[in-house]
Structures are given as structure tokens and as C-alpha cells.
Design a protein around this ligand. Structure first.
Ligand SMILES: [Zn+2]
Length: 536
């Protein structure tokens, strides 16, 4: 028999099996028992939190002939047909690979005909944020007037990429990260069912590493079991397999930070890199280490919460005496910020080094932004061939600063010419209008918009849509909210008579925002040849 991954084998088939999303499950069950079923649902939340599983159960439950307390019975013909894949009533679409207008048009064709058996045809569109603007517009038309027998369940990990027009037509459900306790309990339950011999501590560590995702937790367990097949899976095994760093290393680094030994931190980091440790995981674990120090300071009886060996706990208790709570909080802030940035960064190591410099040299943190700003100016001048005035380097002369500067600039990338993109005339004109007026719009709207829209750039995002690109995570979290985007849209409509949808996104690390946009008309005239226009 071929091996089936745990997360596939144990995918929940009834609402009762779903863990950690009680608020959502209860609401959906109530809708089924009371017969108040909606036509468009939006499931959002991080990966592995049960969005697709719940969507599938819901799709079966609405069609089931005898639902039991809102869950599908699993016995009736409809339930059986759906389970075996023979039914046409549940259609799953992965928008990552079917993101064009024609894919959505296919659906619009299909929904004209009612299902021949069962009550509802349910379309589950996974990764819906990947749809093109044109596809979203096509979908919108169906969402506006859905036939009574059609249900759409849209699932996404990136809610901010969904147009407001679509959001406003869906019942929205926010899936929570699953807690470590819930994950651990489920892992324990499945290990017992599978006859896997494993230490509780090992399961807790796997749950912690899964970061709120049930799918990741089960995949990690799979991976660990495969490594030590037939033996008892211990905590040490798990640490080893997941590339976790020993507590003593964190302790060493923490002490070096307290003694302001920047070089020592960077040396320890180098060791970890040489050992092939994954830096993203290191950052997550270091945050946990700092959090544990805070816990020890805050409670008399941290023993139960910490779940670690006596030796390690003693070490932590000593470390906890070396910094006050406020300092620890600052360290956690610096590293939390880092953990957001590091995921998609190409120069992970430089970012971690910079974070350690921030910790060891607190005075640097305030002036960091200004250093980058001055650096940019210098770079611009160098590019234009203007000799750099040495006074611009004033205040950037300490060895640590120089190190930060040279690492931030990093290995110089080859000069890439600015990309030129042609837009349809109408889109180009909208973009030009809003870009020219942007400063004024932001100032006039004032309030939250004025403060959170600092350092934003507007870019084209298809027909009738513009995207506000934020440089800072914090501002992005504030500025991307639907109410804010709505206010912006209303203002643009009232002031310029334009119906423009606004989206928001966060600028990627190292992303160059220097694309030149031209109208396709202009470009055609200029180069006298046909050019490919960006679709939609
Ligand atoms: Zn049934």
C-alpha cells in the first residue's frame, strides 16, 4: 500500500473533526440547520488553518439529504457521490493556475444550468487573490446576481489583494492561527491512532514550529517519523531534524548582546550559517527565547509553562536577571519586525546582522532611517557623477555604522535598466492624474490616511484599478483597511469624477519602484511597431 501523508489521511470530513476554528464552524452549522445559506463566502487566514477543509465539508453539508446537526451525514447518496468525486456539485478551482478571464467565464457558462441532483452547486476557488483583474471583474458579475442554486466559497491567504467590490459581496470568515495547545492535542491524538511512539515534549515542539498551521504540524510530524522510523521519537530528534538551535547558543548570543559585543554576535551567527541552520527559523526561535525570559521575570512558577530541561531552565533564569522587561520587549520588537521582513528577503543574513547591531547599539536605532536616507542621496549623486562631499559622511564614521552601511548596501547588484511598461491610454491617464495629485489627496484626506500613507507609491493594477504600495509594514496594516480604501475611492470619485478601485500591497524587500509607465499609444508612435500590452 502506498504511503499517504498524515494531513491527507486525517483531513477532517465532518465539522466535529475540525480543530481550532469553533466560531466559524458554529456559524456555518447554524446556517445549515436554519436553512439560511449565503451565496458567497470568503475564507481568509494563513495556510493550513482549515479553509479548504471547512469549505469541502460545507459543500457536502448543503447538499446532504439528512444533515446531522449541520454536518454531512456521509451515508446518503449525495454524500457518497461527492466523497467519491462522482458529483458535479462541488467544483474546486485553484486560482493559482486558473487565473484568467476565460476560466471565470467558463464558470459563468456552467452556472446557468441548475444541478441535476442535490440542491447546490458549490464552487471552491482556492488562492482567489491570484485571479487577474479581468477575472475578478468577471467573477463580480456572477456574484452580483448568483442563481439560487450556486454558492461560491473563495479562499485566500492574502485578503488585502481582494478587490473591495468582491469583499463587499461576501460573508467574510477570518480563520485564526491554531493554538499550540490545540495542535499538540491533535498531534497526540493522531500519533496514538497511528501507533507512533513519541515524547510529549517532541510534539509540543513540532506544534510550536508549525506556527498555527495544522497542515505544517502534520507534515513536520511525518518528516520526523520518517527520519526515525521504528524508534521512539524524542525531543532531541525533533530539534535535530527541524534544524533547531540549542538553547545554549541563544544564551551565548543574548549575553553578547548585553555586553554590547557586536562582533561576537556576528561570529556566532556565522557559525549557525555554516551549520546550515535556517535563519527564518532561528529568528522565530530567538523570539521564543526572549519571550521565555520575560515569562520567567513575570511569574514565580514558569516551570510548568516552559517545558524544558532543568539545565536549560537554570540557564534561562540566570539570563533573565541580565535585562529588565522593557529591554526584553524592545528586543522582541526588533526581532518581530525582522521575522516579517526575512520571509521573502534574499539577504537574510544581512538583515539578522543588522538586527543584532540594533540590539547592541541602541543609539543606532533612532538614526537608522536617516542613515539610509543619506545613503540614498549619496548613491544618487555617485550615479550622476557628482563628487560626494565628505561632510555627508559625517556621523557615519563609527566602525559599527560603517559595517551597517556596507552591509545594507550589500554586494552591489548589476545595474538593471528601468523597466518600461506600456498601458492602455485610459489606464495611463488615471495613473498620471492620481500620481500628480497624490500629495494633495493624502494631505486633504488627513487623519489616519495622512499619517499611514507616508512613503507610498501608486502603481497601475489593471482597468479602473490602482494599487497603493506601502514601504512600511505598520503603515500597510493600517492603510490597507477597507474603510480607508473606501474613503480614498469616494474622495477620488467626488473630486475628479473617476470610479477607480484602490488596492493596497506591501513593497517587497529590495523591490525597485522605478518602473516607467507610458501610454501604449505614445509608445507605438515612438517606436513604430506593435508592442505587447499587459493583459487586462
Ligand atoms: Zn448525507
Amino acid at each position: 500500500m502506498s504511503y499517504m501523508a498524515l494531513y491527507r489521511k486525517w483531513r477532517p470530513t465532518t465539522f466535529e473533526d475540525v480543530k481550532g476554528q469553533d466560531h466559524i464552524v458554529q456559524t456555518l452549522k447554524n446556517q445549515i440547520t436554519s436553512g439560511r445559506i449565503g451565496h458567497a463566502y470568503l475564507f481568509c487566514g494563513t495556510r493550513g488553518t482549515g479553509k479548504t477543509s471547512i469549505a469541502k465539508i460545507f459543500a457536502r453539508a448543503v447538499n446532504c439529504e439528512h444533515p446531522v446537526d449541520g454536518s454531512p451525514c456521509g451515508e446518503c447518496q449525495t454524500c457518497k457521490n461527492i466523497a467519491s468525486g462522482a458529483s458535479l456539485n462541488v467544483v474546486e478551482i485553484d486560482a493559482a493556475s486558473n487565473n484568467g478571464v476565460e476560466n471565470i467565464r467558463d464558470i459563468r457558462e456552467q452556472v446557468q444550468y441548475p444541478p441535476t441532483e442535490g440542491r447546490y452547486r458549490v464552487y471552491i476557488i482556492d488562492e482567489v487573490h491570484m485571479l487577474s483583474t479581468g477575472a475578478f471583474n468577471a467573477l463580480l458579475k456572477t456574484l452580483e446576481e448568483p442563481p439560487s442554486y450556486v454558492i461560491f466559497i473563495l479562499a485566500t491567504t492574502e485578503i488585502h489583494k481582494i478587490p473591495i467590490t468582491v469583499l463587499s459581496r461576501c460573508q467574510r470568515y477570518d480563520f485564526k492561527r491554531i493554538t499550540i495547545q490545540t495542535l499538540t492535542a491533535r498531534l497526540k491524538e493522531l500519533s496514538e491512532a497511528e501507533g507512533i511512539d513519541v515524547e510529549d515534549k517532541a510534539l509540543t515542539y513540532i506544534a510550536k514550529a508549525a506556527d498555527g498551521s495544522m497542515r505544517d504540524a502534520l507534515s513536520l510530524l511525518d518528516q520526523c517519523v520518517a527520519f526515525h522510523f521504528g524508534e521512539r521519537l524524542t525531543y532531541d530528534h525533533v530539534l535535530d531534524i527541524l534544524g533547531a538551535v540549542d538553547t545554549t547558543i541563544f544564551s551565548k548570543m543574548f549575553r553578547a548582546v548585553r555586553q554590547e559585543q557586536t562582533t561576537q554576535c556576528i561570529y556566532e551567527l556565522e557559525e549557525l550559517v555554516l551549520q546550515g541552520r535556517e535563519l527564518g527559523q532561528f529568528v522565530t526561535d530567538f523570539i521564543w527565547y526572549l519571550r521565555n525570559l520575560l515569562l520567567i521575570q513575570a511569574t514565580d512558577d514558569a516551570e510548568d509553562i516552559l517545558d524544558m530541561s532543568t539545565d536549560n531552565r537554570k540557564l534561562l533564569e540566570e539570563d533573565a536577571k541580565m535585562a529588565d522587561g522593557e529591554t526584553l520587549m524592545r528586543y522582541i520588537r526588533v526581532f518581530s519586525e525582522l521575522s516579517n521582513q526575512i520571509r521573502y528577503a534574499s539577504q537574510k543574513r544581512v538583515l539578522v546582522e543588522l538586527a543584532f547591531i540594533k540590539l547592541t547599539k541602541p543609539q543606532m536605532e533612532h538614526s537608522y532611517d536617516s542613515i539610509i536616507e543619506r545613503l540614498n542621496k549619496i548613491e544618487d549623486q555617485l550615479e550622476e557623477g557628482v563628487p560626494v562631499n565628505p561632510s555627508m559622511l559625517a556621523g557615519m564614521t563609527s566602525p559599527v555604522t560603517q559595517m551597517a552601511v556596507s552591509q545594507a548596501v550589500g554586494p552591489t547588484e548589476p545595474e538593471v535598466p528601468r523597466e518600461q511598461v506600456a498601458l492602455p491610454k485610459a489606464q495611463y491617464e488615471d495613473l498620471e492624474l492620481i500620481r500628480n495629485e497624490w500629495g494633495k489627496i493624502v494631505r486633504t484626506l488627513g487623519g489616519v490616511i495622512r499619517s499611514s500613507f507616508r512613503d507610498t507609491v501608486v502603481e497601475p493594477s489593471g482597468e479602473g484599478c490602482l494599487c497603493v504600495v506601502f514601504a512600511s509594514v505598520d503603515n500597510f496594516e493600517i492603510g490597507r483597511r477597507p474603510t480607508i480604501m473606501g474613503e480614498l475611492e469616494q474622495y477620488v470619485k467626488n473630486t475628479y469624477g473617476k470610479d477607480i478601485y484602490f488596492k493596497a500591497r506591501l513593497m517587497g524587500t529590495g523591490e525597485r519602484m522605478d518602473t516607467v509607465y507610458v501610454s501604449d499609444e505614445e509608445l507605438r508612435e515612438r517606436i513604430h511597431m506593435d508592442i505587447a500590452i499587459e493583459e487586462e
